[in-house]
Design a protein around this ligand. Structure first.
Ligand code: NAI
Length: 341
């Protein structure tokens, strides 16, 4: 069965890791028909008048599933984030970022298996900022009952569907009593009313961060509002080998966009040194999603083939530079393809 998927290579290291991912998927036996669309600086380079062209949004709406490379957002001034705009436009409210210890990547801990679930549409990412007067600015943190309940329900449902035991909400409701207070109230209420089979607890984010680096295995699913989820997922990725290995997915009720946690890495772009594993692993998440959506069981085998290939390659020392190896982006993809059975 062929599956239509929108491919957005992005900019910076995006096109390199997207090409590697496309080749690895082709070798896995997954039959994907890629519909290529652009966003970010790559869209402007191709003559679009906006970083998020309507043709890109329309394609995701039509086909339902996309694999996306990173898009640069300028710091300070310039255009606002393509990534945030895409998530809001398509109402991709639930970000899922699984962080697992990976065979062949040596880190301080060997037993990490955490999923960070991040609210993707509001909080401080609402983009509502004001210059009150010279030298005084405000950024508005927005929390709505609807979005807080929705992400809590999403996290507990995810836990139940994956046989996970516990959801821990990270918050700062001691200081942000209203916004984080609402986030916690919703999580508590949804848990009590609908998900008694799952354990639930709450950690203040500062102490939670300390616990994460000291003893990460105490966490199962971490539920966060937008900004906390952004920061905590990068922290967690550092526990398992860094941004080069951590996948992600953004889910709404109708569409799903799969993308790595990392950004466009302008410091290494265009040099064939980026690790494509984070996007490859995001594509592995995508294969499960497509399999569940369409009933195409062969995608589960493709997924296992890719996982086995990168597990074996990494264990054999076939790694990119960020993991202490010597392979380039293309050569790492070649190594996985050579190990595909
Ligand atoms: P970054 O994730 O791009 O890079 C941080 C560090 O990690 C850099 O040293 C980079 O070389 C390294 N790194 C990242 N991915 C790697 C990979 N696959 N292989 C090897 N090394 C890797 O974060 P940074 O520098 O904060 O952001 C750069 C740009 O990316 C910014 O414009 C930012 O807004 C954007 N960004 C986009 C995201 C997206 O499209 N979803 C997510 C995060 C940032």
């Amino acid at each position: 069965m062929q599956h239509d998927v929108v491919l957005i290579p992005g900019d910076g290291i995006g096109p390199e890791v997207a090409e590697a991912t496309r080749r690895v998927l082709a070798a896995s036996g997954a039959e994907i028909n890629w519909i290529e669309r652009h966003a970010g600086l790559a869209a402007i380079d191709r003559g679009a008048d906006t970083v998020l062209p309507a043709t890109t949004i329309e394609a995701i709406k039509k086909y339902g599933t996309a694999l996306k490379g990173p898009c640069t957002t300028p710091i300070g001034g310039g255009f606002s984030s393509v990534n945030v705009a895409l998530r809001k436009t398509l109402n991709l409210y639930g970000a899922v970022r699984p962080v697992r210890s990976i065979d062949g990547i040596k880190t301080r801990y060997t037993d990490i298996d955490i999923v960070v679930i991040r609210e993707n549409t509001e909080g401080l990412y609402s983009g509502i900022e004001n210059r009150i007067t010279e030298g005084v600015v405000t950024s508005l943190k927005v929390a709505t009952l609807e979005a807080c309940e929705r992400i809590a329900r999403f996290a507990f449902r995810y836990a139940r569907s994956r046989g996970r035991k516990k959801v821990t909400a990270f918050h700062k409701a001691n200081i942000m009593k209203l916004s984080d207070g609402l986030f916690l109230d919703c999580a508590k209420r949804v848990h009590e009313a609908e998900f008694n089979d799952i354990l639930y607890d709450e950690h203040i984010i500062d102490a939670g961060s300390m616990r994460l680096v000291q003893n990460p295995s105490q966490y199962d699913i971490i539920l966060c509002e937008n900004l906390y989820g952004d920061v905590i997922s990068d922290l967690c990725s550092g526990l398992v080998g860094g941004l080069g290995v951590t996948p992600g997915a953004n889910f709404g009720d109708d569409h799903a966009v799969f993308e790595a946690v990392h950004g466009s890495a302008p410091d290494i772009a265009g040099r064939n040194v980026a690790n494509p594993l984070a996007l490859i692993a995001s594509a592995v998440l995508m294969l499960r999603h497509l399999a569940e959506k369409t009933g195409d069981e062969s995608l589960f085998s493709a997924r296992e083939r890719i996982r086995a290939a990168y597990g074996e390659a990494l264990s054999a020392g076939e790694k990119t530079r960020d993991l202490g190896g010597e392979l380039g982006t293309r050569e790492f993809a070649d190594a996985l393809i050579a190990r595909m059975r």
